[in-house]
Design a protein around this ligand. Structure first.
Ligand code: P1T
Length: 389
């Protein structure tokens, strides 16, 4: 199918077909793993579109077309990890520039901005973006980029992409949205005006916890050119096998997300009704602060839930974390299997404790990545683990 035709179709069709063509050499229906570092040239510069594997690879190009199709953007650019994709965006700025980011965000993004880029003169601040006026107050004359996560990691706060994009653009500031938690099935930031949509494809897009990858999608030719230059010049590229695995994941993204959402809703409702649980963070709960905005901005509430016990000592959380049988205690999220994580000591340990607490991230918070298993089994597992608290 021609790219223009596919990109007019529904998301489920784009997931399967965008960027995908039978292999021109053999007719193979699935894009092969082009396990090659280089490509023959008939004469210098006379080649079939690929010169060297760091710059392009056909399996990677197929994935890039697929991700762009899903996000509804002109360009998709793949990286070796989500952090590498974030790093490439930051490298497009200059010393003296300033990034304004969500204060509840993946700990590795905080570490990258503060510990890697700040020594080179790229400054950053972190604010609660669920209130637009906080952002307005924190913008500086040097601010060049808003870095939005929504829903945020791990408190699943919901941020108004359209309102922040309007504000940023009125000040000449670019907007990047890390869409890892929502995926393009639930939220399409480029359609709301975001300049850049960033992914850790390690998570829902890959979907099976067997690959590390990242991507940036954009409608801007200028951003795409800068990012492709960085791909070539800094070399943080995913291998062809990883691109193949990610493509295999994106084809089932829509159906998996439906099940992640319904399972997470069931788990969140169970936790909210349980007397041992003090507070549940999940955008699908009507009691949740960001619920109305999520209902308007998203096509589903996602698979991520976090909660606090009434006994909010860290030891009580540890007892729950080490008592589950279906949920596995591990970093990461977005795979078919359910995972449980302790942000304060695992995924968010690189954020200083005072800053974590100021952002509302309690030391005893438990985060769940709700998988696609049978929901009753997940609830029974949490029920027995809570009894150990
Ligand atoms: O792990 P990597 O593929 O490099 O992606 C980094 C990243 C970027 N953005 C978000 C929102 C993320 O959650 C992550 C990675 N997060 C975890 C490993 C985690 O358990 O939260």
């Amino acid at each position: 199918m021609r790219a223009d035709d596919v990109n007019q179709m529904g998301l489920g069709t784009r997931a399967v077909h965008a960027g995908q063509h039978p292999d021109p050499a053999t007719g193979a229906v699935m894009t092969p793993i082009y396990q090659t570092s280089t490509y023959a040239q008939a004469a210098p510069g006379n080649h079939k579109g690929h010169e060297y594997g760091r710059v392009t690879n056909p399996t990677r190009s197929a994935l890039e077309g697929n991700l762009a199709g899903l996000e509804g953007t002109r360009h998709g650019i793949c990286f070796s990890s989500g952090v590498a994709a974030t790093d490439a965006v930051a490298r497009c700025l200059r010393p003296g520039d300033h990034i304004l980011a969500s204060n509840d965000l993946y700990g590795g993004t905080y570490r990258l901005f503060r510990q890697v880029h700040k020594p080179f003169g790229l400054d950053s601040d972190f604010v609660d973006m669920s209130d637009v006026s906080n952002v307005e107050r924190a913008i500086r004359p040097e601010t060049r980029l808003l870095w939005i996560e929504t829903p945020t990691n791990p408190l699943v706060r919901v941020v108004d992409i359209q309102a922040l994009t309007d504000l940023a653009h009125s000040r000449g500031i670019a907007v990047a949205v890390d869409n890892t938690f929502a995926t393009p099935v639930l939220q399409r930031p480029a359609a709301l005006g975001a300049d850049l949509v960033v992914h850790s494809t390690t998570k829902y897009l890959g979907g099976h916890s067997d690959v590390i990858g990242g991507a940036v999608c954009t409608n801007s030719d200028e951003w795409a050119e800068k990012l492709r230059f960085l791909v070539k010049s800094t070399g943080a590229v995913p291998g062809p096998m990883d691109c193949f695995l990610t493509l295999r994941g994106t084809k089932t993204l829509e159906v998996r997300m439906q099940r992640h959402c319904s399972n997470a809703q069931a788990v969140a409702e169970f936790l909210e009704a349980d007397a041992r649980v003090a507070h549940v963070h999940y955008p699908g709960l009507p009691s949740f602060e960001g619920h109305d905005l999520a209902a308007q901005q998203m096509d589903g509430f996602g698979g991520m839930v976090s909660f606090l016990l009434h006994d909010d000592r860290i030891e009580a959380a540890y007892r729950v974390l080490s008592s589950t049988k279906v949920f596995t205690l591990a970093e990461s999220l977005g795979g078919v299997e359910s995972l449980m994580n302790h942000p304060a000591t695992m995924t968010h340990a690189s954020i200083p404790p005072e800053e974590r607490r100021a952002a509302g991230l309690h030391d005893a918070l438990i985060r769940l990545s709700v998988g696609i298993e049978t929901p009753d089994d997940l609830i029974r597992d949490l029920d027995q683990a809570l009894s150990k608290a």
